[in-house]
Design a protein around this ligand. Structure first.
Ligand code: CA
Length: 328
């Protein structure tokens, strides 16, 4: 009898604990803060920023670096969303997308990017696949830039075994960047060691043609595609530890002309991941460094925003990283 009573008490306790966890999650509140210097977020670690401008708001999507010091490898379970209308007053939204929100994924919320099409928001992410060894790319969809997002396919868009012709590593299918050209054709670029690209169908969740390799000197990972004027730009993390380099082309299909270093090693971080966007009439370079990391490594990173400027011939001036940031 006593055992039954203990079991009842234990069950009740579990029920309340579960209820408490769900309530806390559901009742999660947005966090607002003012950022007047770099890094912009100082109360947690965020890396691999991607950015999107929609309806006058800048959104930043970033992986949450959760590895406790002195752990020397990534612990990343979720992606976080920041927004701002003036680059000074920020909101971190309560909603987070988790790697395990993709039922076919094992974990590892690595680099990602969000894009809007026809009123829906598509979040392309890197995760570790549960059954196909290696990293893979999934896509989630939402009706709002701040979610909630749901797995758009129920399966990976790219798996490691789809690109074995070019490298034998298990982490070459990472770091998606997505772009919709002026004619409406969407493209997915991605890759570590080898940069790949493929067309996407208008539904944004299926490939629309073969996967093609892009020859790029000094390429490591973190491609970012953008267009400015008549030029296409393919920027990327180069060598290791990583600087940011870039290439230019008159066509999204290349050929890409290597243009050299865009940004130096970012303090105390062995990786980098850039987003390049225009916002309120200026261009910005959004990246991460290890500025508030208590020990030297690349696993507790912080997001920074600095100006990006073009030369009259379309080339990009080398980035000047600052601690002051972009807000006067
Ligand atoms: Ca592969």
């Amino acid at each position: 009898m006593k055992n039954k009573f203990e079991l009842f008490k234990w069950s009740l306790c579990c029920l309340f604990t579960l209820w408490g966890t769900i309530s806390l999650h559901a009742a999660g509140k947005d966090t607002t803060f003012v950022a007047t210097t770099n890094p912009i977020v100082k109360y947690k670690y965020l890396g691999d920023p991607a950015a999107m401008v929609h309806d006058g708001t800048l959104y930043i999507y970033a992986g949450h670096d959760e590895a406790p010091a002195p752990q020397q490898f990534y612990l990343m379970n979720e992606w976080c969303i920041l927004s701002t209308k003036d680059l000074k007053h920020f909101t971190e939204h309560a909603y987070t997308l988790k790697a395990t929100d993709f039922k076919w994924a094992k974990g590892d919320a690595w680099a990602s990017q969000v894009i809007e099409r026809n009123g829906k928001f598509y979040w392309y992410v890197t995760v570790e696949h549960a059954t196909v060894p290696g990293k893979s790319i999934g896509v989630a969809v939402a009706d709002s830039p701040v979610g909630p997002f749901r797995d758009a396919r129920g399966s990976a868009l790219i798996t490691n075994d789809m690109t074995t012709a070019y490298t034998s590593i298990a982490w070459d299918d990472i770091d998606p960047t997505v772009f919709i050209d002026d004619d409406g054709q969407a493209y997915l670029f991605w890759g570590n060691t080898q940069c790949y690209y493929a067309k996407l169908k208008e539904n944004m969740i299926e490939l629309d043609g073969p996967i093609m390799p892009i020859p790029l000197p000094r390429y490591t990972e973190a491609p970012w595609i953008h267009k400015h004027g008549d030029w296409y730009y393919l920027s990327f993390a180069s060598e290791f530890p990583e600087k940011t380099c870039y290439a230019m082309s008159r066509s999204i299909n290349g050929p890409w002309e290597y243009k050299g270093i865009l940004n130096e090693l970012a303090g105390n971080s062995n990786t980098n991941h850039q987003a390049i966007i225009d916002f309120q009439g200026r261009s910005y370079f959004i990246y991460h460094n290890g500025a508030i990391n208590p020990d030297g490594c690349g696993f507790r990173r912080s997001i920074c925003i600095d100006r990006l400027e073009y030369n009259p011939d379309g080339t990009i001036k080398r980035i000047q990283m600052t601690t002051e940031g972009v807000v006067k």
